[in-house]
Ligand binder design. Structure first.
Ligand code: ATP
Length: 687
């Protein structure tokens, strides 16, 4: 369930239930829908993100609800299917129009008149109203209880449902229009088109469909075309403009065959058959088309088609095929390939082995480069499916339409060069084996819905296909994102999250299992044939204390870099620059300082007599303690007194060396040279 909430406020319980039902059907589990009857609100506060109240509560609702900024007053429309009966009533017939409030009665009257029911004489009637003449017929939108007993016949046109405009307004406010547009259009388009045709005849065309409907149609990701009985185009959405490279202005009103050859839409008017997911070449493009007749009273009044352009997918597909071929569908790694001996990694391996034995979906979570895929492959190879395929798909690497085809496949002929029998998606390829959905947190919402269905029903339908293919797979998903957070933000379906995270496995970050670093360094040195490289103590310490944001992958890259750039010995300066960035280094440990001091000591020893360096540092330290400056001449003089041969020139070169080790700071002119904190530490630890 999403964390968004919508409150529906009405007068009657019946209306409340009806509106809630309608909203739930559209919003499904994306938004929590709560119902309140106005009289029952009392002192209860409503904390929903959005309130949808019936129109008759305008002006009144403020007395009941405070602190809610967003209130939509529901406009409601009729259930179109019942209008036929009203059309058949004789002209001028007097009819009671019964509703639960005065406002609602007048609203319904005006709505009926707007849709063309203006040939009968509608008399609004509501509870307080007195009936001063006898009328034998009442029309009511679901409020039969208010019809006076004297009335003989009642036509119940059904409760008024939320108008499309209101639904769209709510979806916009809940930030869900993009996601729900496809669903809305399929639900409403047929009804509205039917109505506009039936009630307005053919003289008034697409302008009869309100602007909001057009907005919805234009939001749909597929091209949409609707033709009437005369084969004239009435609806031509923006996506259709793109696919057919033609403006709607040019298309609407024209015969479909004159504008677009080969849509086969006009034949649907005659055959009345449905054609779902056909693959066609239209305007030199590969298009997946679905066509359905639109019927009223069993009479075909038009035909509707949707078009999905798959040309682009085809191009991307080629590259992807190549990549996948390189990859093969086998899992190379086993648990024994996982390098490390820390308690953390050993526990993770143990848990993974336990999980491998079950058949349930596993969700592996961990930072990037921690070895999630390595674990997924090892789990597969440890499971009963080890001899079956292991198919990995990186959900973040592919654009939406390509990912869809990658997962679910295409039917025969979808792409030039595609194999006979179409191309199976990874679900089919992984049949009887394991599918590894890497970066699962990056799957677009639209595909999440399909994915959930495949996981629940254990069957797939290829794009352009009609048959369902049963599949038997074990799913391992991985992500470096916080899926729970994505669910809260509405970016990941909660139901899918629960479906995937049946068995969670957390792979620890490298910085949390430092003991493994030396083992991994050794392992990668062997891998890159650089086993005889010697690391200085400082390098070892730096690699140990580095925070490794890219985890093992970064360590692997680092060792590869070193193996190519260094010979024999690796010094601190040989590491890439970001290894020197303070932000990337964990707070230094005592061992780290010790190692560093050892390194400097051996470096200075190599340069000559270390005593000379220690003498200079000592002189600087004494001067610092006494709060005076000391120059290189004075140091040279004092050295002589102590039987040490150090010319002022020699002092200068040694100071430079000490500065490069950050043990001293050489100041300008009279400022003189100062020992640093690190210099003092070095002195204390070395003497
Ligand atoms: N414990 C380990 N022992 C040896 N090699 C490892 C280990 N963990 C990871 N690797 C290696 O590190 C690299 C990254 O691992 P992998 O691709 O499995 O990480 P990941 O967590 O799936 O990364 P991402 O989240 O970026 O997809 C691979 O080359 C893998 O072989």
């Amino acid at each position: 369930m999403s964390n968004k909430e919508l409150a529906v406020v009405t007068i009657s319980e019946a209306t409340n239930n009806l509106l809630k039902e309608q909203l739930k059907e559209i919003l499904q589990d994306r938004v929590k829908v709560k119902g309140y009857q106005i009289n029952e609100i009392g002192s209860n506060t409503i904390n929903s993100d959005l309130v949808l109240a019936t129109n008759s509560l305008q002006g009144e609702i403020d007395n009941y609800i405070t602190g809610v900024d967003d209130i939509i007053f529901a406009r409601r429309s009729l259930d179109f299917s019942s209008l036929e009966m009203l059309i058949k009533l004789p002209d001028g017939k007097e009819v009671l129009l019964v509703n639960n409030t005065e406002m609602a009665a007048y609203e319904t009257k005006s709505m009926l008149e707007k849709v063309g029911i203006d040939h009968i004489n509608l008399q609004p009637f509501y509870p307080e109203k007195k009936l001063n003449k006898e009328i034998d017929l009442a029309i009511t939108p679901g409020e039969k209880g208010y019809v006076p007993d004297t009335v003989e016949d009642i036509i119940d046109i059904g409760s008024r449902v939320l108008s499309l405009t209101t639904i769209i307004e709510a979806l916009i406010k809940l930030d869900l229009l993009d996601e729900k547009a496809d669903l809305l259009v399929t639900k409403h388009i047929k009804q509205l088109v039917k109505l506009s045709n039936r009630l307005y005849g053919n003289t008034k065309k697409v302008e009869r469909i309100n602007q909001m409907l057009e907005a919805v149609i234009n939001h749909v990701h597929d091209g949409v075309i609707y033709i009437n009985q005369q084969e004239e185009i009435e609806i031509f959405n923006q996506k259709a403009e793109e696919i057919f490279e033609m403006k709607a202005k040019e298309a609407v009103g024209a015969k479909v065959e004159e504008k677009i050859s080969n849509t086969k839409l006009n034949s649907i008017l005659k055959t009345e058959d449905k054609h779902l997911n056909d693959l066609q070449d239209i305007v030199e493009k590969k298009i997946v088309t679905s066509r359905v007749p639109v019927k009223l009273d069993n009479e075909v009044i038009g035909a509707l088609a949707t078009f999905k352009d798959v040309t682009e997918v085809k191009k991307l597909e080629k590259n992807l095929r190549r990549k996948l071929k390189d990859k093969g569908h086998i899992a190379k790694y086993e648990f024994s390939n996982i390098v490390g001996n820390s308690t953390q990694i050993n526990q993770t391996i143990k848990k993974a082995k336990d999980l491998a034995e079950s058949e349930s979906t596993i969700l592996i979570q961990g930072e990037s480069g921690t070895g999630k895929e390595l674990f997924a492959q090892s789990i597969h190879n440890y499971s009963n499916r080890e001899k079956q395929p292991f198919v990995a798909v990186n959900c973040a690497a592919l654009p939406e339409n390509l990912l869809e085809s990658e997962l679910f496949g295409y039917e025969e002929g979808a792409f030039t060069g595609a194999k006979k029998g179409g191309r199976p998606g990874v679900f089919e390829q992984a049949h009887t084996g394991t599918i590894f959905l890497d970066e699962v947190g990056d799957i677009p919402l639209k595909i999440q819905t399909n994915l959930l269905r495949v996981l629940q029903e254990e069957e797939v339908m290829r794009i352009g296909g009609t048959k369902v293919i049963p599949i038997n797979i074990r799913v391992i998903a991985a992500t470096n994102k916080n899926l729970r957070k994505l669910v809260k933000e509405g970016k990941f379906r909660e139901d899918l999250y629960y479906r995937l995270s049946v068995l969670p496995l957390k792979v620890p970050a490298l910085r949390k299992r430092k003991e493994d670093i030396p083992l991994l360094i050794e392992f990668f040195l062997q891998k890159f044939n650089a086993g005889d490289l010697v690391f200085s103590e400082r390098v070892k310490s730096r690699l140990y204390n580095y925070n490794w944001p890219g985890n093992i992958r970064e360590l692997e890259n680092c060792i590869e870099y070193i193996s190519q750039t260094c010979n024999e010995r690796v010094e601190i300066g040989d590491l890439p620059s970001h290894f020197h960035d303070e932000d990337n280094i964990l707070r230094k440990s005592i061992e780290d300082i010790d190692c560093e001091i050892e390194d400097i000591k051996s470096e200075l020893e190599e340069l000559g007599d270390i005593k000379e360096y220690l003498f200079i540092l000592n002189e600087l330290h004494l001067a610092k303690q006494e709060g005076r400056n000391i120059g290189r001449r004075e140091i040279a003089k004092n050295a002589k007194i102590n039987n040490l041969h150090l010319s002022s020139h020699m002092v200068r070169s040694r100071l430079r060396k000490l500065e490069s080790c950050r043990l001293v700071n050489i100041g300008q002119g009279r400022q003189g040279t100062k020992i640093t904190e690190k210099g003092i530490e070095f002195l204390e630890r070395t003497t």
